[in-house]
Design a protein around this ligand. Sequence first.
Ligand code: NAD
Ligand code: TYD
Length: 356
Amino acid sequence: MTILVTGGAGFIGANFVLDWLAAGGEPVVVLDKLTYAGNLDNLAALRGDPRLVFVHGDIGDAALVSGLLGRHAPRAVVHFAAESHVDRSIADPEAFIQTNVVGTYRLLNAALTHWQALPRPEAAAFRFLHVSTDEVYGSLAPDDPPFAETHPHQPNSPYSASKAASDHLARAWFHTYGLPVLTTNCSNNYGPFQFPEKLIPLIVRNALAGKTLPIYGDGGNVRDWIYVADHCAGVRRVLEAGRPGEIYNLGGNQEKTNLDVVRTVCARLDAVRPRADGRGYAEQIAFVKDRAGHDRRYGIDARKAERELGWRPAESFETGIEKTIAWYLGHAEWVEKVTSGAYRDWMTQQYGGTGA
Ligand code: NAD
Ligand code: TYD
């Protein structure tokens, strides 16, 4: 028995594979295109481990995917692969449509053909788990209840629109063809191996480098933050016991403004790696031009996953941030290696000469 994990060299996918194998899960076939966000170093701890097969390729390559499904006969596909950064989707949406929409369509189709040919017991046990985001639900007003699974999709960015499209495809492949699809919609993740273009690792890196800490707009935008290991545990639990055709929201129950997030990171760094001049890292905060169409608030109601599956996040924001900062401080070499080439070009395009 194996499982096929797409995007397993990215931030959440790599955490998932590491946790899965550490917990004694079946062997894993990772399919990853190794875009700027994919990094085989994330799986370095598994180098030489016969339980991991890495395949360099595109989820949109139907022949490749069909060949993998035929050769490895996985009992499940866990689909993380995506273009995932909102700012990049605003600057250049094309890759988001190709991977998140067309790629997911081709993957679903290949999985369907594979599933239809399986003998009955294997077909009944097969699962396609589609990993998605709370951003498909749109933006909440300050007093709105958090997103439940029944909330309409109201995506506002090219990224969230492409993910919403993929959620709809996943839903349709269940309803029309019967493919046993599960969908998870999770809130903002943070933790080890997150690419330093995303808020929390960007702030850690810039703080230590003495650069400005760029906060978009007034810093009042709210996100619900979840430690990545909690998300991975949720995905494992949904795969194990979720009902095909169902959506499960996963979230950290930790809604914070961006300004609060940055201040918390700064305070932790002040405690464990104080600035040489004795001043606080928060002095490096700079308010910069807002993101176009910036969603004001995301919040997740994850009570269904708790009620039906007994899943709930283990970390608070404070404990998760402690772990995350300890990891980044202990992995300066990883950060340096990923912050080369394409990443630097992107930073110049995004932040210009602000030194961010
Ligand atoms: P990431 O950008 O760090 O990693 C994406 C991975 O997918 C990379 O390894 C990349 O090489 C690979 N990939 C991209 N295009 C591919 C293609 N065409 N074929 C094969 N591989 C390809 O993303 P992440 O933050 O780890 O997110 C993983 C998934 O979780 C995404 O589907 C994302 O929408 C979802 N999600 C992310 C968050 C978050 O806060 N990061 C929250 C909720 C849901
Ligand atoms: P991000 O990590 O890009 O995740 P998402 O947009 O998918 O939620 O951003 C999290 C929040 O932080 C979002 O409201 C945008 C904001 N942000 C900044 O204020 N400054 C930055 O440099 C970045 C990258 C994000």
